[in-house]
Design a protein around this ligand. Structure first.
Ligand code: UDP
Length: 231
């Protein structure tokens, strides 16, 4: 298989059918723009399964995504898309960089859902970027930004409901979109690597903050998320 791209947590290969690619989840965990790096055997399989469950639920509810087929427990077939170079971040509760930047204690409820964009650039450290900056540089059009925001809010509604049934609070998450056949598709993954998930009763962290903050038992948190959404 021809390798198209290798990122921090996934490898993308050319698919057999034109316009498709094969995405393989890796066991590598990274944080702080790759400064902290560790192999966590089994992480790829957990993230793939969690992400596939979430993507299938979103697709059943009308969200357009790149996912075509699950190949095996760490590999999926997806539509090849031209990734929009912004990360779309949705926040229901203050945490992480938002808390640090604005002095809002972690866990504070927010009066409205926050949607923000970061420029996808390891070189510049994924800086936050606003609509007029994005359109000025030509990263995306205003129509695309509006569509991504609306899709992100819909994903948030569907995921808040899904996770609340599983006894998990969805604190915040990151989405990526891509262009394929003239439309925007939800791409990448949705997993404990890209979301903050807190236990609804204890507020215990079940996500990548366990790795970022050296809380231990990283994959215990991920397995717990999977077990709960599988029901
Ligand atoms: N996030 C991500 N990739 C990034 C940056 C953030 O998946 O490159 C996710 C992160 O896991 C969290 C949400 O986006 O669920 C908000 O992250 P935040 O801006 O608070 O940054 P952090 O504190 O993780 O640096």
């Amino acid at each position: 298989m021809e390798k198209l791209y290798e990122g921090k947590s996934k490898i993308v290969y050319e698919g057999e059918e034109p316009g498709t690619c094969i995405i393989k989840y890796k066991d590598t965990a990274t944080a702080g723009n790759g400064v902290k790096k560790e192999d966590l055997p089994g992480k790829g399989k957990l993230n793939a399964e969690i992400s596939n469950i979430i993507f299938n639920h979103l697709m059943e509810n009308g969200v357009k995504t790149h996912l075509l087929k699950v190949i095996d427990d760490t590999t999926v077939l997806a539509k090849k898309a031209d990734i929009v170079m912004v990360e779309v971040i949705v926040r229901n509760v203050a945490a992480g960089s938002f808390s640090k930047k604005y002095g809002v204690p972690e866990g504070s409820p927010l009066k409205n859902t926050v949607v923000e964009f970061s420029y996808k650039s390891d070189e510049y450290g994924d800086p936050m970027i606003n609509d007029s900056q994005i359109t000025a540089i030509g990263i995306a059009t205003q129509e695309e930004l509006d569509e991504m925001k609306a899709a992100a809010l819909k994903v948030n509604d569907l995921m808040v409901e899904m996770f609340s049934k599983a006894g998990i609070r969805l604190i915040d998450f990151k989405l990526e979109f891509g262009r394929a056949d003239g439309e925007l598709l939800l791409c990448d993954e949705i997993s404990p690597d890209s979301c903050r998930f807190w236990d609804a009763k204890t507020n215990e962290k079940l996500d990548k903050d366990r790795f970022r903050r050296d809380l231990g038992n990283v994959l215990g948190g991920y397995s717990d998320v999977l077990a709960r959404i599988k029901g």
